[in-house]
Design a protein around this ligand. Sequence first.
Ligand code: IPE
Ligand code: IPE
Ligand code: MG
Length: 250
Amino acid sequence: MRAFFSKAPATTSQTLDTENIPQHIAIIMDGNGRWAKSRGLPRMAGHHSGMKTVKRITMAAERLGVKYLTLYAFSTENWKRPKAEVEFLMKLPQEFLSIELNELIEKNVQVRMMGYKGDLPDHTLHAVEEAIRKTANNTGLVLNFALNYGSRKEMIEAVRQIGYSVQAGDLQPDEIEESHLANHLLTAGMPDPDLLIRTSGELRLSNFMLWQLAYSEMWFTDVYWPEFAEEHFHEAIQEYQRRARRYGGL
Ligand code: IPE
Ligand code: IPE
Ligand code: MG
């Protein structure tokens, strides 16, 4: 058993401060491939199993009253993977939503997507857009899938839009403020993540929400995404609740 399990006591939702639940949690869901490999399974089995974790953690977030859950599902760099793996990954939204959409609707979850739609296969995009449409009026947890998302591309696109405003004479370069950039990001209108979780022991951001994570609390675990349980999620939130967020102040 990995060290992680032996050192931490069980954390349950009862031990959490219900007054201090992060409003926005972002997760880099990593380690599907290594989880599969460690069991002698193909990488795809890891991705498939990771889908069950998506369901588990979405429901856990919903029960805790988290307002936004952003899940990094596919990066703008993940196209570099072998074609068969990319194709498999592109089928998962469809499969996930065909099984889970009704329950998401029942739980008042609003599905969103953050990423570049143009490069997605039609079947992937249709599944996601159907879920977005059918949940658009829901007022509970916002489940935001980062799909074909890359933070540098997001910032370049934002700068380009600002450039057009300047070119049109609607904005002076001197007037550019944080809000101009923030309003052109794919997260416009959303609060920045309070808590970032990355599974699988990697300690990097991999081009995820570079602007938005400026003051987020970060929590890393060695646990691979397919085995990331509700208990680990609660442990991350409990650790978050012990942190002092100073934002540069005292
Ligand atoms: C995360 O698991 C899922 C995606 C990036 C799509 P990985 O596929 O990156 O798994 P590892 O990191 O190879 O174990
Ligand atoms: C980040 O994981 C992207 C997602 C979880 C979707 P990667 O597995 O692609 O990141 P690197 O390559 O290890 O940095
Ligand atoms: Mg990985």
